[in-house]
Design a protein around this ligand. Sequence first.
Ligand code: 9MR
Length: 375
Amino acid sequence: MKYRSSKTMLFTLACVMLSACGSAQNNTAKKTALPALKDVFNNDFLIGTALNARQIEGKDPGAAALVPQQFNAATPENIMKAEVIHPAWDQYNFELADKLVAYGKKNNIQINAHTLIWHSQLPGFVRSMKDADSVKQYFTNHIKTLAGRYDGKVLSWDVVNEALNEDGTMRKSIFLDKLGNNFVVEAFRLAAEAAPHTELYYNDYNIEQPKKRAGTVTLVKKIQAAGVRIDGIGIQGHWHLGKIPFNDIEASINEFAALGVKVMFTELDIEVLPRDFSGADVNQRMENNATLNPYVKGLPDSVQQQLADDYGKLFALFLKYKDKIGRVTFWGVNDGQSWLNGWPVRGRTNYPLLFDRAFQPKPAFFRVVGLKKDQ
Ligand code: 9MR
C-alpha cells in the first residue's frame, strides 16, 4: 500500500494523534489507513526494528500489534549477546532466541542475529580468563554453537561488533589481547563454516567517519584476502539531530559497496537531546543536570519538524543508493523503549525514533513515507 495524497496523510495524522477515530469500526480504518514502512520500501530494502526481551516474550501489546504491521526485519537488542545467551562455559540460554526465530517465521520477519563477537557484555567467566588457550576455546565454541544452531533460521549474523577505534586501528579487547590481530578473520572463518546459509556482517558505529571508514575497508579487505566470506557491513547509524554526516554516509555507501558487500544501516536513531560527543560507546557517560533533559513534557514542534527533516533527507539518500543497501533497521520500536533514554545520561526523555511512546507515528514517519508518494 502506498501513501497517495497529502490530504489523506493529514487526515490519518489527525485521526491518529487526536484519537478522533475512536470507535471500533474506525479503529480498523485507522489501522488500514496507516501505511506500512515495509510495504512502502518493499522494492528498496528491508525495514527492521530492534526488539527487547519483553517484546520477544510477547509482553508488550503495543509492539505486538505494530511490529508485524510495519517491519519485515528484526534484531534482538540484547538477548543474543554473549552475557545473556552463553552465561557460563557449558550453559546456553537459547529460549528467547528460539522464540524470536519462531516469531519471525510466523510474521514474515527476517532476523538479524546480534552479535557473536563483541568486547562488551561478555559473561564474567570470559572476562576473567587469563590464558590464550581458554579464550580461543571459548571463541570457537561460542561461534560454532550459535552460528550452527541458527544457520538457515536467521538471515544474518553481526559476526563481529565494534572492533575498531575512532582512528581506524584495532580496539583493545580481550580478543585482540589474547588472540591477536587476526581474530576478526578467524571469527568470520568459523562463522562461515558453521553457517553456510547465513549472511555474515561486520557491524560498527561511526564507521562513516573517514578514519574509521578506512579502518573498516582495511579490515574487510583482510578478511577477503584470507579467502573468508563476508557479505555485508553494518553502519549502526546512531546520529544526532542537525548533525547527520550526510556526505560521509554517502561516501561510505560507495566505498563499502565497492568491496563487493552489501551495506546495512543497522541501529538507526536520531538523538534530539544535548550531547558533547558522537557515537555509541556504551562506556562513555555524562553527568546529569536539568539542561540536558529539556523535553520532559513533550517535544517542541520546531524540534519535531527538524527530526522529520533529518529523517526525510536520510531516507532520500538511502533511496538514492537502494541498489547497494540491504536493510535499514531502527534501534527500537518506539521512543519510550529507546536506549537513548538511559545513555549517556540516565533518566532522560528522548525522542529518536519514528513512533512515539504510545506507538503513534510521528511527523518524521509521514515525512519518510511521503518520499515514495506517487512513485
Ligand atoms: O540498546 C542496547 C542497550 O539496551 C544495552 O544496555 C547496551 C549495552 O550493551 O547495548 C545497546 O545496544 C548497543 C548495540 O548492541 C551495539 N551498538 C550500540 C548499541 C547502543 O548502545
